[in-house]
Write a protein of this length. Structure first.
Length: 310
């Protein structure tokens, strides 16, 4: 199975978000969510974004697909502590094989994970010139612990599913929501914070994600505003140490937790930055969704559906 972080697709692939609290599947075609379904997930199957009960999750997935009649070909997402994302700067390299080799060489130094235990992929995020005029490129490198990926794939395959690729939930999140901000100049970064079973943070400039991490704070707790704000602030501080980082101008919230007005207000006060709640599916047409479905649960699944396997 290829760990893919590649370009977008307008095809009708199903994105499957295995959130710690629920399953969410979305099928996207031509800028329209043609179908979106969710189901609460029993406790004890997924913890902090990782599979802890493969057989139990496989049974839940099998029942979910059978009850909803979804296609078995899916794109999966991951968000947990077994993922490392780094930005490296390299001379501009057009040849794909040479670029892959250069990225792997840099990854051995930049990523604190043995590469023989990791699934590695990368994506060119931008180009710039060095002070001496030589062309450079910024590359987002992602390493995911192989055992974590294999546990997820095993559960999906035991459920009879056919995974077409695996993406980062953070990349899917940006893919869904960043299109709504295309008219805004890329002179500042945005923090996207998805408040679901796993609270997940992504920092992006335009549609390019440069930093991501899962957050430990649980958005439903009494002191969630202060705790989340502390983690978001630390994430911004770390992001700003990257080369060519741009100042953060806005916090964008999504997921079921973004419906908590008191939490949204608290985050804005603690962070001292404009804090808004995103349209759950960005600019995608959601008119085909059943009234009973909560679109806040489908943000990541829709982004996964728009990803294209390498």
């Amino acid at each position: 199975m290829t760990f893919s972080l590649r370009k977008n697709s307008s095809g009708g692939t199903v994105g499957l978000d295995i959130d710690g609290r629920y399953l969410a599947a979305a099928q996207v075609e031509g800028g329209r969510v043609v179908r979106g379904v969710t189901l609460d997930l029993p406790k004890g199957l997924v913890s902090d974004g990782e599979v802890v009960n493969r057989d139990g999750l496989a049974e839940a997935l099998k029942s979910f697909v059978a009850e909803t009649g979804l296609p078995k070909s899916v794109r999966l997402g991951v968000a947990n502590q077994q993922i490392v994302v780094r930005v490296v700067e390299l001379p501009r390299i057009e040849d794909e094989k040479q670029r892959d080799a250069a990225v792997r060489f840099q990854a051995a130094e930049a990523i604190a994970m043995p590469l023989d235990e990791a699934v590695l992929d990368h994506q060119v995020a931008g180009y710039a010139d060095a002070p001496d005029g030589s062309p450079r490129m910024q590359v987002v490198v992602v390493a995911a612990r192989r055992s974590m990926i294999e546990a997820l794939l095993d559960a999906a395959k035991h459920a009879g599913l056919k995974p077409e690729g695996i993406d980062l939930d953070a990349f899917a999140l940006v893919r869904t929501l960043a299109a709504a901000t295309d008219a805004t100049p890329d002179d500042s970064a945005r923090v996207y914070c998805h408040l679901g079973g796993v609270s997940n943070l992504a920092i992006a400039v335009g549609r390019a994600c440069f930093f991501t991490r899962p957050l430990a704070a649980v958005w439903g707790d009494a002191d969630a505003g202060a705790r989340l704000a502390d983690e978001i602030r630390l994430s911004i501080d770390y992001y700003m140490t990257q080369a060519q980082a741009k100042p953060v101008g806005e916090i964008v919230l999504s997921g079921p937790g973004s419906a908590d007005d008191q939490l949204v207000e608290s985050l804005g006060v603690h962070l001292g930055l404009p804090t808004t709640v995103a349209a759950p599916l960005g600019v995608l047409d959601r008119s085909a969704l059943a009234p009973s479905e909560d679109p806040h649960r489908l943000t990541v699944a829709a982004g996964l559906a728009m990803g294209k396997a390498a």
